[in-house]
Each structure stands twice: as C-alpha cells, then as structure tokens.
Design a protein around this ligand. Sequence first.
Ligand code: NDP
Length: 292
Amino acid sequence: MTPVLIDGKHVAACVREKLLAEIAELKSRGHVPGLAVVLVGNDPASQVYVGSKVKACAELGLYSQKWELPAETTQEELVDLIHKLNADDRIHGILVQSPPPSHIDEEAVVLNIAPEKDVDGFHPVNVAKLVLEDATGFVPCTPLGCMELLKAYGIETAGKHAVVIGRSMIVGKPMANLLVAKNANATVTIAHSRTKNLPELCRTADIIVAAVGRPEMVNAEYVKEGAVVLDVGINRIEDASRPRGYRIVGDVDFDSVKDKCSFITPVPGGVGPMTIAMLMANTVKACRQQVG
Ligand code: NDP
C-alpha cells in the first residue's frame, strides 16, 4: 500500500490563511489579538521555540510581547508578571514556555494564568472544558493540530478504534479526549509505559497517535494494514553524517511502517508545523471571546 503523506506545512498554512480574515474583522473593530510569551532561563531549544512563536504572530499581524527573564527569577516574580499580563487589555493569550528552571513550580504558575487567556490549554478550567466538550475552552495546541490534520485529509474517526500512545497532559490525554468527543466519536484506548502487549494492542487500531518520546519505537509490528498513523514525536538522535551531528526523528519508524499505512505524518513536516498554527488560532479565539 502506498500511503498518503500528511503535509503538516500545507495544512498549517491553510489554518493561518483562514485566520487572516478573522484577524482583519477583529482589527476593523479596533481589536488586535495579542500574545505574551514568557521564557524563564536561557535554554537554547526554548529560545528557538519562543522566537518562532513571536515570529508567527508578526507574520499574521498579531501583537506580541516576549518576556525573557533570567534563570534566577523567583516563582513570586514570575507570578507577579502573569498577574500584570492578566490585567493587560492588549494581551489576550499568555504562554509560559516549558520547561521552566527546576525551582519554578510549573503547575502552580499555570493556576495563576486567567483561564480565558490560557492559550496553551493547561489550566484546570480548560482541562475541564475539554472533558465537558465546552467549545469556549482552550485545547493544547499539538493535539488540536492532530485533529485538524485528520479533518483536512477527510479521515473518518467515527466508530474507529484509536490507540493513543502516551498519557501526558500536553499531548496524550487531550488527544484521547478530542477523539472520544461527540464530534469525533472514535473508540479510544490510551496506552502508556505500563500497558501490556502494546504492539498487539496497536494492531487493533484504525488510528494510532504516537506521543511517546522514544525514537522510532512504533514499527511495522504495531501497525495493521490500512491504519492511519500520526507521529507526534520529536527526538534528536546522533547522526555523524549530518553537519549538526544529529537528526530529528519521530516516535514512529517511518520506513518500517509506511507501506502498511493508508495515511502517515512524516517527521519533520507532519504534526510539528501544526502546533504554532494552532497557538495562533487559540490566540485569535481568545481575543474574539474577550472582546465579544
Ligand atoms: P511525556 O514524556 O510527557 O509522555 C510520554 C508518554 O509516553 C508517557 O505517558 C509514557 O508513559 C509513555 N511511554 C513512555 N515509554 C513508553 C513505552 N515504552 N511504551 C508505551 N508508552 C510509553 O512526553 P510528551 O507527551 O510531552 O511528548 C511526547 C512526544 O511528543 C515527544 O517526542 C515530544 O518531543 C513530542 N512533542 C511534540 C510536540 C510537537 O509540537 N510536535 C509538542 C509536544 C511534544 P508513562 O505515563 O507511564 O510514563
């Protein structure tokens, strides 16, 4: 079977294109969606992510603020900044780049973000809204992007068996909630490191979402003929043949599974590009909900 390669760059561009009309409408009423991105410390990968988010705002004509705080910033100072951003009318979305330095309690910080500005969808109010299928809530950007990919390629989820490998609050659990919701109607199994007979379980799946953080773990043994495979993984593995000395691979062994799949996301270029596009979508939604 020759699989359809799911082109995340293209779908992300379509998402951004659709947002432009909504942004123009908001601007015509005097509202510019605004995002504040807060980074504590100088982790190079986080700096790149934060830079990409601010750049994406600029490309769409959104207002953004980038806060780069020193690694020794205290929890109290960070929370003070969040309270100021909560009160700032120019800011509709707030994001604290993960992971913060170890002295910062990330969960406690998230509790201080006003739920209506929590565009990462990590605040308990938004987690509850996802479970309650309340569309006013914010859903974490990566699983939201996966659903957008399924929609863009007309992939049926109703009545299908989806196995989500991974139970993090950022990917696995929200992904499972989105798939089981009444507008998707999949039958969902969530797998994790204690799941038994994982390859056998995955072979019963019509849709596999791999969010494991283990390079190329999901191989042909996990995939039944005709399955849809979404690979969320971003893993750096050593590769002396590359100028940088490493390459990025997913959680799926692409070459091993591709001939069995009906649809598959490559890494890079599959799920990855969707995350920032959905962050932009969440920021515009936050603005729309706040200004009415
Ligand atoms: P976490 O480490 O938080 O969660 C990984 C999950 O995988 C856990 O639930 C863990 O189980 C499970 N797991 C680990 N090993 C196994 C195993 N051998 N068999 C079955 N399950 C296993 O990772 P994240 O959810 O944050 O990220 C997952 C992947 O997605 C990573 O590669 C990450 O880089 C990538 N990612 C990509 C994003 C994007 O923008 N495309 C955004 C976010 C993440 P347990 O709970 O039992 O420990």
